[in-house]
Design a binder for this molecule. Sequence first.
Ligand code: UD2
Ligand code: MN
Length: 288
Amino acid sequence: MESIFYRTNPDCHPGPLDIKFAYNMSLLKIISQNPNLQPGGHSRPKYCTALQKIAIIIPFRNRESHLRTWLYYMHPFLQQQQADYGVYVVEQTEDTLFNRAKLMNVGYSVAIKDYNYTCFIFTDVDIIPMDGRNLFRCSDNPRHMANSVDKFNFKLPYNDIFGGIVAFTKEQFIKVNGFSNVFWGWGGEDDELFQRVVAMGMKVERPDQTIARSKMISHKRDPGNESTGKSFHLIKKAHERLHKDGLNSLIYTIISITSHKLYTKITVDIGNGEDASSTEGILNLFNL
Ligand code: UD2
Ligand code: MN
């Protein structure tokens, strides 16, 4: 089967894409459609040197069919954009409350040792851009790239929204000390990151809303990702906590790092919120 993009002219962006979710894509088919990928889900343009080296970080647990859909669309999309990139799927071990933000920090910390990445794109596994002109790149300020999602009628549901897909240069991500590690369960970690960006004197950039149109796979809330109701309180204190809670307080144990054909899988034990980088721990430690 031919890929979703025409490959004959690499300078030509395909514009709007026809994204249809189908859940029976086999990994073998996706592999055969992306013959130029290097092990671990890496690719770089053949005829030029890319200005940015991009690590794509995906937080993950029990979303195999979503991941296959993401890989099916996004590998051709990124190669069409002449990206020098690698894909990192950061899988949290079972039986603990999900912590999307901490997984992002782990993905950054592992990827930075793997290659000289300059740009980090943190994305949910269930959002697919609908236009090839939506360049997956970093900019002078952190970028919020899920600003035109079908679920929200292609509008911003509120001004400070920073979920779904964000892009940071290495310097920008270090400046905000990464994500907070203390957001266990669903919600708030994205808004908290927005507050970090503002606190460090940066602005949030967003792509044009026509070009940024994206489709979200509809799903129910996952078991193990329940909301704890603590987010609101934590977001308010973002500026006080940001220098102590983030990349510089990250504690984790790598279970395995596996190089698949389509991605690098990092399986990690990030604890359960009871160590020093947990919610209660950090609040008590720093009296916040
Ligand atoms: C919104 C945000 C998302 C995040 C979340 C709150 C947008 C478009 N999306 O998405 O970025 O801020 O709210 O936490 O603004 N995941 C797993 N397994 C799980 C649970 C989560 O793989 O059991 C991963 C997966 O990549 C998923 C992401 O975490 O896409 C976010 O979780 P969600 O899809 O349940 O959150 P959602 O859709 O409410
Ligand atoms: Mn989702």
